[in-house]
Design a binder for this molecule. Structure first.
Ligand code: FAD
Ligand code: GLY
Length: 374
């Protein structure tokens, strides 16, 4: 007979692993069930940017959630290093949002002002100053918005570190174990049926990324999520060509340790295909070498694709099933799952513990909001 757990987490991506880590830290017995391998899907594909102000820009519950999560990284990185020995590559190296047109420059200048009014650090950098700071970039730009507090991590290392830390704190992770359906008795959720048999728990959290909705359909949940495929590639250079991450409307370039650079990413809504295409990589190469000409001398490393979990209203689902009070969901983190993982872990652990969470987050990310809105 299988042991009974406090919580079963479905999916060992960054979201499932962060939830498992925070639950285990709070003393819960946790089982994580993963149909493939730990960090095998979107969480392996991510460039690892922590772009709270770069990707989200304006004040909203999601912006606040992202800022709260970004603030958790220094302590989390240190805790994960202590618990697992894994360095997640946390760096607060800043992100430049480069303006390629006058219209973009005007928009970024007003965004800088709006973010400063919110009390955030955000600066307009002239083209000359950008050249002084990042001499490898092309000169023909209109300047850049610089966000010093945005940073980066290694997404696969962070996911593996969260998984390993959860195990160190007592969690069990079963890879190559697919959850097929939910087990209910007398209208109550009792556990899950998997490719490796039945497992029971008090609570179940679905953190299956872009595949969550398929699993949840039998529970009457229509999450309105869809996949957004993204392709990336990486190269190596002898020296670090740029200090900050360079983000423009057609690509981003993320400098990693040891002269490695990640260049991303394409966006193909509706596709679950994890294939790398010549068209996708050629487009990224063209855009990246236009921004950073020295990239032409870089040595090719590899290319990959991943599937972002997006929602119709572009907000994640972080909440509990309206009827089955022991079924929780955490998905739809789209382009920012690495950034949002720490706070998603604490928020979901609090929800499962029956603790109060920030009311604006409860209503913004409620599972049933599309139904409630109708
Ligand atoms: P996933 O990592 O996809 O994990 C879900 C897991 O659930 C998978 O391992 C899957 O096998 C498992 N699963 C699903 N169904 C079942 C089932 N029935 N039974 C068992 N297991 C199941 N975010 C950032 O913050 N910064 C970035 O720079 C960034 N860059 C990105 C670049 C690219 C190219 C892509 C594709 C994404 C990027 N993202 C970035 C977004 C980020 O990767 C995602 O938001 C995040 O990884 C989602 O995590 P997840 O755990 O929800 O999903
Ligand atoms: N956040 C970067 C991406 O999703 O491509």
């Amino acid at each position: 007979m299988q042991p009974h757990y406090d919580v079963i987490v479905v999916g060992a991506g960054v979201i499932g692993c962060s939830i498992a880590y925070h639950l285990a830290k709070g003393g819960k017995s946790v089982l994580v069930l993963e149909k493939g391998s730990i960090a095998g899907k979107a969480s392996k594909a991510a460039a690892g940017m922590l772009g709270a102000q770069t990707e989200l820009e304006e004040d909203s519950p999601l912006f606040q959630l992202a800022k709260g999560s970004r603030a958790m990284f220094p302590e989390l990185a240190a805790d994960l290093k202590n618990l697992t020995g894994i360095d997640i590559g946390y760096e607060q190296n800043g992100i430049y949002k480069v303006a390629r047109t006058e219209a973009q420059a005007e928009r970024f200048k007003s965004l800088v002002q709006a973010q400063q009014l919110l009390g955030e650090e955000s600066h307009w950098i002239s083209a000359d100053e950008l050249q002084t700071r990042e001499p490898a970039l092309i000169k023909e730009v209109y300047g850049a918005m610089f966000i010093p507090n945005d940073g980066q991590v290694s997404a696969p290392e962070m996911t593996k570190a969260l998984a390993q830390a959860a195990v160190t704190l007592g969690a069990t992770i079963k890879e190559y174990t697919e959850v097929h359906r939910f087990v209910k008795e007398d209208g109550e959720l009792k556990g899950v049926e998997t490719s490796a048999g039945l497992f029971s728990a008090d609570d179940v959290v679905v953190a299956g990324g872009a595949w969550s909705e398929q699993l949840l359909k039998e529970m009457g949940v229509e999450l309105e999520t869809f996949p957004v495929k993204g392709e990336c590639f990486s190269v190596k250079t002898c020296n670090r060509l740029i200090t900050g991450t360079v983000f423009s409307d057609d690509c981003y370039i993320v400098p990693k340790a040891g002269g490695r650079l990640i260049i991303g990413a394409t966006e193909r809504p509706g596709s679950f295909e994890e294939t790398v295409t010549v068209e996708g990589i050629a487009r990224l190469m063209e855009a990246a070498t236009r921004t950073l000409p020295a990239l032409r001398d870089a040595v090719w490393e590899t290319a990959w694709a991943g599937i972002r979990p997006q929602t119709k209203d572009a907000l994640p689902y972080l909440g509990v099933h309206p009827e089955f009070k022991h079924l929780f969901m955490a998905t739809g983190h789209y382009r920012n799952g690495i950034l949002l993982a720490p706070i998603t872990g604490t928020l979901m652990a609090d929800l499962i513990d029956g603790k109060e969470i920030e009311p604006s987050w409860r209503s913004a990310f409620h599972v049933n909001r599309s139904v409630l809105k109708a």
